[in-house]
Design a protein around this ligand. Structure first.
Ligand SMILES: [Zn+2]
Length: 77
């Protein structure tokens, strides 16, 4: 593999560039992981569009419970 920083040729399993010391293997893994994450994000985005109403119901319940707690606290004092 070639160093992305200085372009020096290194062993495929080298972790650091032997010329400039840049990390090599992490760069490679990041590229792979990014591709996987993009696939997952695409799937999650399609799911989120279906669960959009559920999300607002959840937020509404949270706000309602906060208001109830506030009223109870005010009356309690
Ligand atoms: Zn290098």
């Amino acid at each position: 593999m070639y160093c992305p920083n200085c372009g020096a040729e290194n062993l495929d399993d080298a972790r650091f560039c032997r010329k400039c010391g840049s990390k090599l293997k992490i760069e490679r893994k990041t590229t792979y992981k990014t591709t996987v994450d993009e696939t997952v994000n695409t799937q999650q985005t399609s799911q989120n569009s279906n669960d959009g109403s559920k999300k607002w119901i959840y937020i509404g319940c949270c706000c309602l419970s906060l208001i109830i707690l506030w009223i109870v606290g005010t009356l309690g004092v």
